[in-house]
Design a binder for this molecule. Structure first.
Ligand code: NAP
Length: 248
């Protein structure tokens, strides 16, 4: 008996990076997976990998978290296939970095739309079923940047700080329906998102991390697994920092 047996996890941005690692880790712990992403090809091959290496069901649904109707459709499709959703991981996120004086309206708006409105859209679409079942785990992926701020990332920092306030409100609103909502705030993690950093920036960043390395996607996925498990049933409204000591 694995700790997430009979659970279904709905994970956004599941085709690569942290989302893909979360899909693998939850499936290895017994959960069936619904992965959602904009680009269906990458998503399908990631879900196939999850299925063949874990033996759990893993299906990919094309969807844009920034579009509520798309998330409602994805949620309905997941319920049609699996009957219920126990775990929602709002992981999809983008960066469009620029200094404030140079930041274009669309750089600001797109980051807020995907990261913050996307988290609201998915939560609103999926929580309905959780309320009905009086059971659910919502795990939102924010960032160390939402707590510390960062030069060139005012849009991203605002979206991630917004996720923290949003999650605490969800936690308070739905605690008496058996639903928990928590945030994981990763530090800097080895994915395509950080691959874009220059060697110089990476060196400076690493010097600010007591553990002297960037994190791995699995470092985040293991915390998601814990928050989704029965052992975490009394934890809600919290921000769990996973950053090698960079922020404490
Ligand atoms: P990543 O490698 O860039 O992957 C992001 C995923 O989100 C991709 O699969 C992407 O799809 C998907 N996505 C983007 N826009 C979407 C939309 N509108 N609807 C649905 N899916 C969408 O990023 P990552 O590093 O794994 O980051 C995952 C999460 O962790 C993000 O929320 C990020 O902000 C957060 N985070 C990352 C770090 C880090 O250092 N890497 C640190 C702190 C927090 P496509 O493949 O189609 O583009």
């Amino acid at each position: 008996m694995q700790i997430l047996n009979n659970k279904v996890a709905f994970i956004t941005g599941a085709s690569r990076g942290i989302g893909k690692a979360i899909a693998f880790t939850l499936a290895k712990s017994g959960a069936d997976i619904v992965g959602v992403d904009v680009a269906i090809d990458g998503l399908k091959s990631s879900m196939d990998e999850v299925e063949s290496s874990t033996g759990r069901k893993a299906i990919g649904i094309q969807g844009d978290v920034g579009d509520y109707a798309s998330m409602e459709r994805s949620g309905e499709e997941a319920i049609r296939l699996f009957g219920h959703i126990n775990i929602l991981v709002n992981n999809a996120g983008i960066t469009r970095d620029n200094l404030i004086l140079r930041m274009k309206d669309d750089e600001w708006e797109n980051v807020l739309r995907v990261n913050l409105t996307g988290t609201f859209n998915c939560t609103k679409a999926i929580i309905k079923g959780m309320v009905k079942n009086r059971e659910g785990r919502i795990i939102n992926i924010a960032s160390i940047v939402g707590v510390m701020g960062n030069i060139g990332q005012a849009n991203y920092a605002a979206s991630k700080a917004g996720i923290i306030g949003f999650t605490k409100s969800v936690a308070r609103e739905y605690a008496n329906r058996g639903i928990t909502a928590n945030v994981i705030a990763p530090g800097f993690i080895e994915t395509d998102m950080t691959l874009a950093l220059s060697d110089e920036v990476r060196k400076t960043l690493t010097s600010q991390i007591p553990m002297s390395r960037l994190g791995k996607p699995e470092d985040i996925a293991h915390v998601v697994k814990f928050l989704a498990s029965d052992e975490a049933s009394y934890i809600t409204g919290q921000v769990i920092h996973v950053n090698g000591g960079m922020y404490m």
